[in-house]
Design a protein around this ligand. Structure first.
Ligand code: OAD
Length: 247
């Protein structure tokens, strides 16, 4: 199932990174962005996921996030998420870098998680910066306003045209550059700068492995491509790690 090259790399690895995208959560029932049934096939990102759209029409943008927040309340981490949380216990250093905002890695028990595109369970006021959890924001029937300054509250996610959170980004680059093995999982790897991380890791010497149901833009740069579902392949990888590798 897994190459002997990969198993021997795994045996020696001290520092491992899992870089994840929407495909990681597909088996939890969270829709991906691209592909046949992708979100961006049905909706225009510039109308729902940009600061301009928010200022123009906060009600519409909040309607969209209300829908997504409710969807995410009804889903659970899948075996792929749990497998990554297990891997954190096996390797001396294990980092999850995710483009997902769904909080499923943390809910599955992963401890070191850098969220490059934010987290849908957090919100903040665009006027004074006050932070709000989902439970703390007033009713989502209208775009919510800050209790302190009446400014508009927005979800703490990265929209198109916005910069990534600096600390998470710097920590992610550092993790990619020190990785012995770098997994790129369930991402089409077309949204930059996040998609530059697998290549940075490879240039810095990591063994780079892609897990996806189909080839991506970056497949040709990978040392190894594992075609299949992350919810299937990752638990099997953990089995191999637990049973055949005596560390
Ligand atoms: P995409 O929707 O672009 O890509 C999802 C990838 O997951 C595809 O390559 C699928 O083939 C793969 N996939 C689907 N199901 C899978 C499964 N069960 N196991 C393994 N792979 C599977 O999502 P992202 O690459 O995450 O940004 O998109 C990147 C960014 O674009 C998102 O973070 C979001 C979006 O616009 C922002 O909102 C800023």
């Amino acid at each position: 199932m897994f190459s002997s090259r990969l198993t021997s790399k795994l045996k020696e690895a001290a520092s491992v990174v899992a870089f994840t995208g929407a495909g990681m959560s597909a088996e939890s029932g969270v829709p991906t962005f691209r592909g046949e049934d992708g979100i961006w096939k049905k909706f225009k990102p510039e109308e729902l996921a940009s600061f301009d759209a928010f200022i123009r029409n906060p009600e519409v943008v909040w309607e969209w996030y209300k829908y997504r927040k409710q969807l995410l309340l009804s889903v659970q981490p899948n075996p792929g998420h749990f497998a990554l949380a297990e891997m954190e216990k096996i390797f001396p250093q294990f980092t999850v870098i995710t483009q997902n905002i769904d909080n499923l890695h943390r809910r599955a028990g992963s401890g070191t998680v850098y969220e490059l595109h934010g987290n849908i369970e957090r919100n903040y006021c665009i006027g004074c910066g006050m932070k709000y959890s989902n439970e703390e924001i007033p009713s989502l029937d209208r775009a919510p306003r800050c209790a302190q300054c009446s400014g508009l509250i927005r979800p703490d996610v990265v929209w198109f045209g916005e910069l990534l959170p600096v600390e998470e980004w710097n920590a992610s680059v550092a993790a990619a550059e020190r990785a012995d093995i770098f997994f790129s999982i369930g991402t089409s790897a077309v949204v930059y700068p996040a998609a530059s991380l697998p290549v940075s890791a490879k240039h810095a010497g990591a063994y780079v492995v892609e897990i996806n149901i189909e080839p991506t833009e970056l497949s040709h740069q990978m040392d190894e491509v594992l075609l299949g579902k992350s919810g299937d392949l990752l638990p099997r990888l953990v089995d191999v790690l637990k049973h055949s590798l005596v560390r």
